[in-house]
Design a protein around this ligand. Sequence first.
Ligand code: ADP
Ligand code: MG
Length: 249
Amino acid sequence: MSELIIKDLHARTEETEILQGVNLTVRSGEVHALMGPNGSGKSTLAHILMGRAGYEITQGTITLDEIDLTELGTWERAQLGLFLAMQYPVEIDGVTLLDVMNESSLAPEDFQESVEEESRNLGLEGNDLSRGINLDMSGGEKKRMETLQLISLRSRIAILDELDSGLDIDGLRVVSSRIERATKEDDLGVLVITHYSRLLEELKPDKVHIFINGRIVESGEAELAIELEEDGYEKWTSSLETSVTLGGL
Ligand code: ADP
Ligand code: MG
């Protein structure tokens, strides 16, 4: 059982505070959806969890299985089983998935065959994976490739930042159902950031969290995603504005 615990997390860039007290726990086998308006800090949260430079944590803690992650490098977090599928996946020339797996303590010993099979299942059979991760791939192919990595590496907790953006309908179905299967069969825990309930049709969330201005303002059941898609965030943003205005009086 793995457990990612985020407690009262505050973080900032030089100019502004972006995360303003995030509290969230993601356990093995659970799917948590994080939904919120553009610019609310969702990707920043994902990047800080994975240890991207350029942010200062001013308060709070991040632990994975009781290990404090805040002082660890990105590769060390990955070795512990944390994975980030980035909103904008980067191309890594000359480093292949098999290279990464050779260095991974989590990957199974004889992985070549399973990588080939998974890549066929994910619709990547036409791609030459011996060149470099994501190299010259289309937007949708990169999202399939991110999924191939997280499944092959046997990650324990995956953060999926808008994995659905850039994917066509078939891609969305194949990727979301593969990840859903991993939550059932391999006990993968997932934090999925998305704007659309479509991704959540296959990858069924246990909880949906609404993220506004750097923190979770409400958490609910799966139906909350559908409500959000119909009504937007106004209910929450307008009450926030009211409290800010009142606070300023
Ligand atoms: P979301 O993913 O919810 O759309 P982001 O986390 O990408 O939002 O960004 C939240 C806000 O923080 C934005 O206004 C963005 O410009 C700002 N921001 C994020 N990272 C940095 C950074 N490294 N330097 C300056 N501003 C940043
Ligand atoms: Mg984002």
